[in-house]
Design a protein around this ligand. Sequence first.
Ligand code: ADP
Ligand code: MG
Length: 699
Amino acid sequence: MPHWLDTGIEYLKGVGPQRAEALKKELGIFTLGDLLSHYPFRHEDRSQTYTIASLRGDDVWVQLQGRIRPMGIAGAGQGRRFVAILSDGTAELELVWFKGINYIERFLKPGETYRVYGKINNFKGKISIAHPELDVVNTQNPSQALTLIPVYPLTEGLRRKKLENKFLVTAAQNAVNNPGYDIPENLPLRIIQKYKFIGRKEAIKELHFPQNLARLEEAKRRLKFEELFYLQLRHLMLKGFRNRTYKGLIFDSVGHYFNEFYNNHLPFELTGAQKRVLKEIRNDLKTGLQSNRLLQGDVGSGKTMVAMLTMLLAIDNGYQACMMAPTEILATQHYFSLHEWVEKLGLRIEILTGSTTKKKREALISDLQEGKIHILVGTHALIEQDVNYKQLGMVIIDEQHRFGVAQRAKLWKKGQVLPHILVMTATPIPRTLAMTVYGDLDVSVIDEMPVGRKPIITVHRQESMRPAIMEFLRTEIAKGRQVYYVFPLIEDSDKLDLNSLMSGFDMVNEYLSPPQFKYSIVHGKLKAKEKESAMNLFKNHQTDILIATTVIEVGVNVPNASVMVIENAERFGLAQLHQLRGRVGRGNEQSYCVLITKPGLSENGYKRISTMVRTNDGFEIAKVDLELRGPGELDGTKQSGVLELKLADIRHDESILIASRVEAQEWLAADELLANSESEPIRNELKKIPHRTVWSKIS
Ligand code: ADP
Ligand code: MG
């Protein structure tokens, strides 16, 4: 028997076949269940009625009550409008209509008392409201009984058909007031009792039509928990499924190569955090389960060395390893830093990217298949169809959370037995985001910097101070230091990008002229080989200044470079600024980061720049970034499901998120296959088809 919720939307009172078509097409609402899961994104608070005399400010939504005196049409052309005066005994204001003039003229009843709702426009103390919502007081108007009126996401298509918010409000009201109204519970009783949640049936009703703000909060708390609980449950079930389905390679020996490198070639003492993380990784490799681990660490915390030692563990156990980077520059960097270490051990490391020649590629693939290559470094080219390994045991992914579950799944197909996977984030992400995006992974954190690092000194300067900045660069270069000088990529246009870089280059030249000062230039239009040679000149200190766009953002390692200058710094996001700054402070010298901006920053821009000046802590910066941008805007979160959260916001709902994770963990620990009768609500919920949502159309 189908549930009441599965009733077609056309059967709801006040909808009918035509409007039903519009709802299906525009909002993906096919059933009553779909309608009730189309949540309001806010409520209009009609619990308070203001007096006109008390109105202050501008752009605020208010409810007023008074008599209306139509005044007639004023203005002409664009400014043609219908004007009426609202008076409530305390003062008067103007109500204005630019559209639907004939209708409103006929509709308004002079002398009636109206309830008026709208956004006030305060022009030099003269207050007006354009296109207010009007309700005659004391008639049989059901929405007047409501003090909190839901506001739903709408589309242009619906508006064109005159199906506005009021239509959805009435439809939802008819649904929840229907004698058949019923919503099955989808949380186990034990959890409901523990958190004193209201039931689902009640919660959905209160979410649409709350009795008061406190009830609305209760409904939200419950529904947010439910949303996050199922997200976490899915992550953990995926993990559980993997563990039951795939065997993991067992690397139980720390063998020759690891020991040889660790005892004789380690260029520095590992930090405590690096050692701890290595232990966590090694423990994974002994369990017989496939390891899927996220390695978080701030820029410069030494993730590469952890990756190196992890790959040696694979090699010691007879397997190959690969390391994947997001860009060719970074892959090349990794290749060179690893090469230096790996060759001392007599192992073979190679690089494969999009610009590897066909001939070279064929040779590489064949050697790889024969097991002659121990470590392969590269870009996404590493996971193309024809790249087959003899025995791939360990995959390291060095990425800025661009590598979601789907991409990782592609790797799983590479071999019969799955390799272990270690994902490293290039910049830290807040714990809440990691839990949401990478909830199916185990997490390790490097929370300690190598000793002797001096914190980078960051300053904010206006463009007008350029001469002094250039003088500073001159003295640093005279001391033997090197400088990064970065220009923003403008509007994704390669041409403009190059132009601004070139004029920027000329500008810097005026202060620090060649041949006395030597330059490398790197930008997106260069061929891989050209980039590489420019980078190498800088790396070998044959040049003093690297002029670049953000292509140098991730991973570049030139310890002698101690100054990072960023032009138009206000155009960069926080994560990007932090990444860029992380290119310096890698040696023993005091390093500097100079953020140059135009005067007159936006509030958001100011917050970004001042955060950079205030702290070097990547985790702290990631938190501010998440605050400012919201989870949907962060790189790589789009395909991860964070955006599909309808109610919860991981910025503000951290405690609910953590509770939901803990409960999901405990639930699965007690009943992994959800076979107990207590798990029935969960089983039923998981059986449901995902909601048909058409986000792209929502305005
Ligand atoms: P990230 O975590 O950003 O990838 P890297 O692995 O590139 O950082 O390391 C940054 C720099 O710190 C490199 O020059 C690396 O050789 C050095 N480094 C890493 N670990 C240590 C350590 N324990 N002691 C001293 N220097 C280290
Ligand atoms: Mg790195």
